[in-house]
Design a protein around this ligand. Structure first.
Ligand code: GLY
Ligand code: MN
Ligand code: MN
Length: 497
């Protein structure tokens, strides 16, 4: 199921019969008390019903995916595919190699509205099994106690079955049932489905599978009440993480290689309160802020510079925030820094104001970028008028200083719903329940000869997470100050400790 790991014959440990007898004896029995239902599981019921409505009569197969090798026999920390997490409620560390199957029911009134859902997974083996002591990926001695079938059913509310029964379930009635597979998530499942299809001379299935990827991605465009609460919590926790970073800024300056220190402080907080960071933290001081995906974070943090911190806490449910603040390391903006910062803030305010149900997704970018082009022109940097620059066909000059988009959807993935069709995303409309970022920036590289000396090396981005409401929007990350005065006032007591 997982990435193939190389066989390492020199690492195979022989176990004597005496050891095998000895290792399985004299353990307390597993508790018979079942775990309580995960809060995330309840909301997943309606999401599975939505899938059922999209694909009536078809078998929908959603693998979680397996472990991914980091190097040799060491795996990355496990994370399920986002569509699997969305449809099961399983988050942190669960469940490697599991597969959710929505099987069409004969009656339209089946338990999940036209489909029955089964979670196929690898339940924990009894202690008499070699897995217990000899399997570094699944064994209790190695990775801790995993769920039994009954425990997983209690956690998820799903009917569960051993993964060994998956192939038979996939092959059942295959000549009369369309299999819709979330492809490229689990190579073994892909191969099994391909084999079944080949046996039934089913060809031209690429589009069927591609459609699953698209539709499951689009299903996440509108967040339900549980998801909105999770996003709120992720933003609140991220704000706490930013405060922890500010409180430790003097230490980051003192130690040297301060960007790494900042990354570590935020990561510590994220790992402590949630699953991890939702993406690699960008801790970019000085000119590094002008490298959009600066994740090396190996630079100094120096008094007098700005620190661009783009970071998000991912909760155990895998929902993440994505927030950027550009902070004066000393606690006070210089005049030049403030000038750039205020222009970006004005652009962001314009973008946020455009966040209305019924507005176009692209309105947000257009509103923000118009402000940026105007300021660049006023400062004598833009070589053409804002009108010329903003003309998409012939202009675009302003993009030299902000080459990225202003918004993306946010949720379980930091760039959520990325496979959604353009008409529902880039060319679509905003609707109640969507969560998007608004993150304009201005980036003046130190080497940019078109930029006046006093502005070179200044990079500013301000990023907030905006929920579209019935009558407007709500800034989920409003706990973090944005105006220069508010930022300074917020930083002062934190820096003083
Ligand atoms: N941190 C990634 C982004 O802002 O899109
Ligand atoms: Mn973002
Ligand atoms: Mn970001």
């Amino acid at each position: 199921m997982s990435d193939k790991q190389p066989e390492l014959p020199n690492r195979q440990t022989p176990f004597s019969e005496a050891f095998k007898e000895f290792i399985q004896a004299d353990w307390e029995p597993y508790s018979t008390e079942l775990p309580s239902r995960m809060p995330a599981a309840e909301a997943a019921v309606a999401r599975r019903e939505a899938v059922s409505t999209i694909f009536p009569g078809d078998r929908v197969v959603v693998p979680a995916g397996g472990f991914k090798v980091r190097s040799n026999d060491t795996d990355h920390r496990y994370r399920p595919h986002s569509a699997f997490a969305h449809l099961t409620g399983l988050g942190t560390d669960r469940e490697p190699d599991a597969v959710l199957v929505l099987e069409p029911t004969d009656t339209p009134d089946g338990p999940s509205g036209g489909h029955t859902a089964t979670l196929y997974f690898k339940p924990r083996a009894p202690r008499s099994d070699r897995e217990f002591y000899a399997d570094p990926r699944y064994g209790e001695m190695w990775v801790g106690q995993r769920e039994s079938l009954e425990e997983m059913e209690a956690l998820t509310g799903l009917h569960c079955a051993p993964i060994d029964e998956l192939d038979e379930a996939l092959a059942k009635n295959a000549d009369a049932t369309t299999i819709r597979l979330l492809r490229d998530t689990d190579q073994t499942v892909d191969e099994t489905v391909d084999k079944i299809r080949a046996e039934h001379n089913l060809t031209d299935t690429a589009e069927i599978d591609a459609d699953v990827t698209v539709r499951l991605s689009e299903l996440r465009l509108i967040k339900d009440a549980f998801e909105i609460e999770q996003m709120r919590e992720a933003c609140d926790q991220t704000a706490e993480g930013f405060a922890a970073v500010v409180a430790d800024l003097p230490e980051a300056v003192r130690r040297g290689r301060g960007e790494r220190w900042v990354e570590g402080i935020f990561g510590l907080h994220a790992r402590h309160v949630g699953n991890a960071v939702g993406y690699d933290t960008i801790a970019a001081s000085g000119d590094h802020a002008n490298t959009l995906h600066w994740i090396r974070n190996d630079g100094e943090i120096t008094d007098g510079d700005l620190l661009l911190l783009d970071a998000g806490v991912e909760l155990d449910t895998l929902y993440t925030a994505d927030i950027t603040r550009t902070l004066p390391v000393s606690g006070r903006f210089s005049e030049a820094q403030r000038k750039v910062y205020e222009a970006v803030l004005e652009a962001q305010e314009a973008g946020i104001a455009a966040c209305q149900p019924g507005a176009k997704f692209s309105d947000v970018h257009d509103a923000a970028i118009a402000v940026i082009a105007r300021h660049l022109h006023e400062w004598g940097i833009l070589p053409v008028t804002p009108e010329v620059s903003l003309d998409k066909a012939t202009g675009g000059h302003h993009r030299r200083w902000m080459v990225h988009g202003t918004s993306h959807h946010l949720g379980i993935d930091v760039h959520d719903c990325a496979q959604a069709r353009s008409e529902h995303y880039r060319e679509g409309e905003l609707a109640e329940g969507m969560v998007i970022t608004v993150e304009p920036g201005i980036y003046f590289k130190a080497t940019d000869q078109l930029v006046p000396d006093e502005l070179r090396g200044i990079g500013v981005r301000i990023e907030d997470d905006i929920l579209i409401t019935a009558d407007g929007h709500e800034n989920l990350s409003a706990a973090l100050p944005r105006t220069p005065d508010d930022v300074e006032a917020w930083m002062a007591p934190l820096l003083e400790g």
